[in-house]
Design a protein. Sequence first.
Length: 440
Amino acid sequence: MSRHMPSLLQALSLASLVCALPLSLPGQSGKTLTGQAAFTDYTQEHPGVRRHITVADLPEPKEAESVDNGPTVVPRPEGAWPQAPKGFKVELYAQGIFKEPRLLRTAPNGDLFVADSAPGQIKVLRGVGADGKVVRSETFATGLDHPFGIAFYPLGANPQWVYIANTTSVVRFPYKAGDMKATGAAQTIVETLPGYAQLRGGGHWTRDVVFSQDGKRMFISIGSASNVDDTDNNPREFHRADVLEFSPEGKFVKVFASGLRNCVGEAINPATGQLWCSTNERDRLGDNLVPDYITSVKEDGFYGWPWYYIGGHQDPRHAGRHPELKNKVIVPDVLLQSHFASLEMTFYTGKQFPAEYTGDAFAAEHGSWNKSQRAGYEVIRVPMKNGHATGEYEDFLTGFVTADGKVWGRPVGVTVANDGSLFVTDDGSNSVWHVSYTGK
């Protein structure tokens, strides 16, 4: 538990925040909710609680029950703090230097690179002081177009470039270990990404970039322009809701996988070498449809959007369309609650956390808007066995919602530090949080 938690007397005076401060209670760890009990809201999100949602649990579509319940983001109330499992400490690492901290990645030398998307900047954070705060921060690059994805290339301890995925392009800057400011101008690698013409008209704008383990493939994720528009003869959706493969030099190779409505976060599974995606699915089919998901991504695989979802379930808004595709839709590895807005994901390769965390994934859940009772607004853990998901997920970092349902924090990015601790960006309070394991 964080040393910043209020004293007992202070806590008693904060009755309105009781639900916003869900402590890790005895017996919660290891509890798994299944079936309909797995469909819950933020009041039942506590560190250590697991859920396992399966295809058999999916309800029927209910378009008439679709709601608009976007979050009201409020300043962090006094005493409110993210809650982690017993033995973990949560500290406020950086605040007041971002306008919109989104994806973050750890450089080989341990620096944190943060995409400050709204102002078009990349920030670099270095060191943890005795007070738990960042020791030094610099602006690495400016003048970017809603930057999100960040990747270092070639892979290994001494990359020569840092790649940045803008909404409209992919650029790279010369880089050597320890650089906190770009030493040269941006070099455009992919001049135009799909969706360029629609940027000002809406649609998913985040683009992530990762390299295969052998360094020969560059994967760029492109979200859809719409919720569920038919893509046939629709130039607005050309090469969208896809993961595209390029060479590291920026040559287009092929559509690596399709039908992923918005693969916001990409990661390479270190145990298998396979690409994984943290994916936002479609909205407006009811509170519990369609589940967001985290999944391994099969080469040339089709994941259903827009005609089908989670296997051969046809979207009623496209009834009768493309029956030949029904049996080709891949069921994702881990089904999350619907409308979670699953963003960046990463695999735990550190040594600081208990051994059972090794190889597991973490993902940031930005939180729902198309759900009558809020869900998400947390960081989850995805258990793995030998590099493969068990199908469950576990609440790991919660407490970003007040008792009356107002939101003060929205997790976006998550990365593993070189010392094995975890850093999380939060664009609700425009902060970076630090989660370390002390065993206390």
